[in-house]
Design a protein around this ligand. Structure first.
Ligand SMILES: Nc1ncnc2c1ncn2[C@@H]1O[C@H](COP(=O)(O)OP(=O)(O)OP(=O)(O)O)[C@@H](O)[C@H]1O
Length: 240
């Protein structure tokens, strides 16, 4: 993969995965384009995290293909990995390091510092409302503050593909609003964003399209029509 070519669109084709005798994913197809924000919905245990883990290469599918920019990738190599950011269920931060150091370390390890001033570690932490506490060790942070650091860390990589497992969990209203704004800005800049959430109000306000994972397949899909209001879109999501 050339360092400059885009990794988008990202596509999963007929992904199957079982754990022991349980078939969790039974032929999932999914595609996310540059500039799109897509929600993956589904009940607890539907397989959302499993699918995300396959997408970022933490887990191999039993069958099916993951494609970036039209090419099948059996493994996620270094060049590809640095173009993806993944926010896991738990923040996974270094407690003794400050918020700024956590973000800086991650950027260093990824070997990719953004050239955008607004994505510099302190700037992105400030945009997520942590301007006053960037130098504090994160072990003193609340769960919501830690979630904000993990989000800042993902955004600071300026990823082309951002995969967020329940990003609104633990955030208060202001945090959810800030995150919604940041995600819209990233998508406007050309990133593709795939997120899971059980919060239909947030999903209705943020995403362009939603997919319902049920019994191992994408059971239904809805897209926001041009000019469609949040209430009307939320009603469509609730009816999925
Ligand atoms: N490593 C594993 N070993 C065995 N079973 C697993 C493993 N990981 C996930 N599973 C099972 O796969 C199913 C899907 O789990 P997954 O975490 O992907 O669901 P989810 O849609 O993300 O759920 P939630 O909304 O609760 O986060 C569950 O039945 C879970 O028990």
């Amino acid at each position: 993969m050339s360092p400059s070519a885009s990794v988008l669109p990202v596509e999963l084709r007929q992904i199957r995965r079982r754990f022991g005798r349980k078939a969790v994913l039974r032929g999932v197809d999914l595609r996310v384009e540059s500039g799109e924000i897509v929600a993956l919905l589904g009940a607890n245990g539907a397989g959302k995290t499993t699918l995300f883990s396959i997408l970022v290469g933490l887990l191999q599918p039993d069958e099916g293909a993951r494609c970036f920019a039209g090419a099948v990738h059996e493994d996620i190599g270094v060049e590809l990995r640095r173009r993806l950011a993944w926010l896991a269920h738990s923040p996974q931060l270094y407690g003794l390091l400050s918020a700024r150091e956590n973000v800086e370390l991650f950027v260093e390890l990824a070997g990719h510092a953004s050239t955008k001033a607004e994505l510099e570690p302190t700037a992105v932490l400030t945009r997520l409302g942590l301007g006053e506490v960037v130098e504090r060790p994160v072990q003193t942070f609340s769960r919501g503050m830690a979630q904000r650091v993990a989000l800042a860390r993902a955004l600071a990589l300026e990823p082309e593909l951002l995969i967020l497992d329940e990003p609104f969990t633990a955030l208060d209203r202001s945090g959810r609003g800030l995150l919604a704004e940041l995600l819209r800005a990233e998508a406007k800049g050309g990133a593709a964003i795939l997120l899971s959430s059980h919060d239909l109000d947030m999903v209705a306000g943020v995403v362009d399209r939603a997919l319902m994972l049920d019994e191992g397949v994408i059971r239904s899909e809805v897209a926001r029509e041009p000019g469609e209001g949040v209430e009307a879109f939320r009603a469509k999501l609730a009816a999925m």
